[in-house]
Design a protein around this ligand. Structure first.
Ligand code: 16G
Ligand code: MG
Length: 693
């Protein structure tokens, strides 16, 4: 673990330990020196870190006994009964219990059962007993974490706290735990983990989450923990060798769930939890990454890094064009979520960023994600609350989601050229695909300057090639999923001359793919995305920004260095995405309509169908075809064949209990009709429930 978190992260006042109903009366916390520095003056904290309540706890791997130190206000309660060694019957129950939920992941054997000392288990057992599993619920980590009704989540969140602690001990670096349900309704909540890189939890650890979350009782839970400890060879249990950064969005249930997470983290010997307060999801990921990279990692560092690099890009633009006019202000629909206050803070630091925040969730305002936000605007293609005709016609608008990791732009055109009046279609959407396209345009433009081309736009002879003297060919790609509009893929390949790679749905897949390039631009149509720079190329750019002979080349390198700093490298971030779009529009001298006219989206429609068990649908790895049941794919093919330019696919959602249907065609009527027809096929051939769509 590098240095002390306290030295690089200043905690907001609200982050002191809170004695919420979920918090134990005898709060357990590490007595590590770093924790003492984090809460030096808090009365609440002093009780938690009281030096008079230190006791020793032994956590042993087979016969190796190691000494551990915890603090507690009522230590005696924690020394209560040591439970008997698990019986054979219990072992059987444990294995069977888990195999019900995730048979394919049932990797442990009865020989592993004596992994942890009874004393170790006692603390976990005692804490876990405070968070009984909600009956009759099956939890799944899904595409990116657990999400359900907030009232059902305390046990899951506690258990994820334990897992985040184990992951930190295993990697010897800090991990993150975020309480959010993103774009979903306010009564729901969720939990997801950030890996030490700042990215999503390593997929190899996802089965652990499912197993822990579904362990039917405390003993079963303990056994799974023990197996993780063994399988991952988690040995380093020196005091405070593990650290977990916790954060939450603005949901009312968030505070109590953070408490549950804290108790989970601190039920594992040698780990401390740091409550970073209310943050956007990308801010937490950024902090984990920065902390582990040994660079300043507080929220204020985040804002300064973004605003400084934005300012640098704007200055470089002024220097080139002599233009100092500010473009018209951007109006942002903040989904009544955490992004609103963060955007306002960012705006104060970036005076040249004209911004008006709507749907800020302030008192008397609307509900989180209710008829607002990026998911609503992208899926429904209608105006969010707070935007209207004719006042907002022609204005440049953006929507972010409840935890600010999705971004789409939109505007209300003066006139509707297609005259179609199906489901109300008053806005023009610039989704993640179009954001990727404009980012690609900017990046390739800078690389072409560095490569010595006279024009920033590729032609047939220079497409795909950005061979930069002193570095060689710079590998750049745009990574998309099956949901990318076909028109965007064509544009990026044929006009920008960039490689397009595709992955299954989910940030973790796109991110991993994008890491394979010198510059990987990844975006899902729903607005999740970012630009990744690999380390070697970043270093080269740093050097080039001072060493290149030509001023023009140095400037291009400086611009790319600033983009690398400004655009969140840990995960897609709506705030840094807004800064990037706003900068590129200035460089291009484009209005939102001009940006929109890069290419015209093929009309598309997304619908969903409720089925008895969505797992009956298995898709090919690229998610464009159904592998099983094959009769469904045959029927979809027949239906698609009836529409000019038709394309349709279905996939089981990773976040909702539904099957998603996507259709594209040459007109909006056709796309709607095709999507509708495919819904009916899914309903009949994959066990639809409720009324026929
Ligand atoms: C989650 C994913 C997103 C994906 C979406 C798919 C992250 C951070 N978010 O929001 O990438 O597009 O799920 O949802 O990974 P679906 O499986 O319900 O269609
Ligand atoms: Mg989100």
């Amino acid at each position: 673990m590098q240095g002390s978190l306290a030295q690089r992260i200043s905690l907001p006042a609200c982050c002191h330990p809170l004695l919420s109903p979920l918090l134990l009366s005898s709060s357990i916390s590490s007595s590590s020196s770093s924790s003492r520095r984090l809460f030096p003056l808090s009365a609440g904290a002093s009780s938690v870190f009281s030096p008079c309540c230190i006791f020793f706890f032994f956590f042993r791997r087979r016969r190796q006994r190691r000494c551990l130190q915890f603090s507690s206000c009522s230590s005696s309660s924690l020394w209560c009964s040591l439970l008997p060694v698990c019986s054979r019957a219990l072992r059987r129950c444990v294995v069977e219990g888990c195999s019900i939920h995730t048979a394919r992941d049932c990797w442990y054997t009865s020989g592993d059962l004596e992994m942890m000392e009874l004393e170790d288990k006692d603390l976990l057992r005692k804490q876990a007993a405070l968070f009984p599993l909600s009956k009759g619920v099956k939890f799944s980590y899904g595409t990116a974490g657990f999400r359900t009704d907030a009232a059902l989540l305390p046990s899951t969140v506690f258990r994820m706290g334990v897992l985040a602690a184990l992951r930190s001990l295993c990697t010897k670096r800090a991990t993150g735990l975020m309480i959010t349900a993103s774009h979903n309704p306010v009564h729901e909540n969720g939990v997801k983990l950030a890996d030490p890189s700042g990215g999503m939890l390593n997929v190899a650890w996802e089965p652990y989450s499912d197993m822990l979350a579904n362990a039917p009782d405390v003993e079963n839970f303990l056994q799974i923990v023990e197996h993780i400890v063994k399988r991952e060879n988690i040995q380093s249990r020196n005091a405070a060798s593990g650290e977990v950064l916790l954060a939450r969005d603005t949901r009312p249930s968030g505070e109590a769930l953070v408490s549950a997470a804290r108790q989970g983290v601190e039920a594992v010997r040698g780990t401390v939890a740091h409550d970073m307060g209310v943050l956007t999801t990308p801010q937490l990921h950024w902090m984990v990454r920065s902390f582990n990279n040994g660079v300043p990692a507080s929220e204020s560092d985040y804002f300064h890094q973004l605003s400084d690099s934005f300012r640098m890009l704007v200055e470089l633009w002024h220097a080139n064009t002599g233009d100092s006019t500010h473009s018209e202000e951007l109006i942002v629909d903040a989904a009544n979520g955490v992004g609103a206050s963060k955007l306002t803070r960012l705006q104060h630091l970036t005076t040249s960023l004209g911004l008006q925040v709507r749907n800020s969730g302030n008192e008397g305002g609307g509900l989180l994600n209710d008829g607002v936000g990026a998911d609503f605007v992208q899926k429904e293609k209608v105006l969010p609350h707070g935007f209207q005709l004719p006042a907002d016609v022609g204005k440049r608008c953006a929507s972010i989601d409840g935890d600010a990791d999705r971004l789409v732009y939109f505007y209300i055109p003066e006139k509707h050229e297609d005259g179609y009046s199906g489901p109300v279609c008053t806005l023009h959407l610039l989704d993640g695909d179009k954001i990727a396209a404009i980012f690609g345009l900017f990046i390739i433009g800078q690389l072409r300057i560095l490569a010595g081309y006279k024009s920033s736009v590729s032609d047939a002879t220079t497409a795909h090639k950005a061979v930069v003297p002193g570095y060689g060919e710079v590998k750049v790609a745009v990574v998309q999923t099956a949901y990318a509009n076909g028109a965007s893929t064509n544009y990026i390949k044929q006009v920008l001359g960039l490689e397009v790679a595709t992955t299954p749905t989910g940030v973790k897949h796109l991110h991993k793919k994008a890491e394979q390039y010198d510059i990987g631009i990844y975006f899902e149509a729903n607005g999740h995305g970012t630009i990744l720079f690999n380390e070697i190329f970043s270093q080269w750019l740093q050097d080039a920004s001072v060493q290149q002979k030509e001023a023009e080349h140095r400037q291009a390198a400086k611009r790319l260095v600033a983009v690398n700093e400004m655009v969140n490298q840990a995960v897609g971030d709506a705030l840094s995405g807004i800064l990037m779009v706003e900068v590129v529009l200035r460089y291009q001298g484009w209005s939102v309509e001009q940006w929109d006219s890069m290419y015209k989206d093929l009309p598309s429609r997304q619908l969903k169908v409720k089925v008895k068990d969505r797992a009956v649908i298995i898709t090919t790895p690229d998610e464009t075809r159904v592998a099983s049941p094959s009769s469904l794919q045959e029927a979809i093919d027949t239906e698609v064949g009836k529409y000019k330019g038709g394309r349709a696919f279905v996939r089981p959602s990773g976040t909702e209990d539904v099957v998603r249907v996507y259709a594209e065609a040459s007109s909006q009527q056709s796309a709607d009709a095709l999507a509708q027809a495919v819904c009916v096929l899914v309903y009949h051939l994959a066990g639809g429930v409720g009324p026929e769509p």
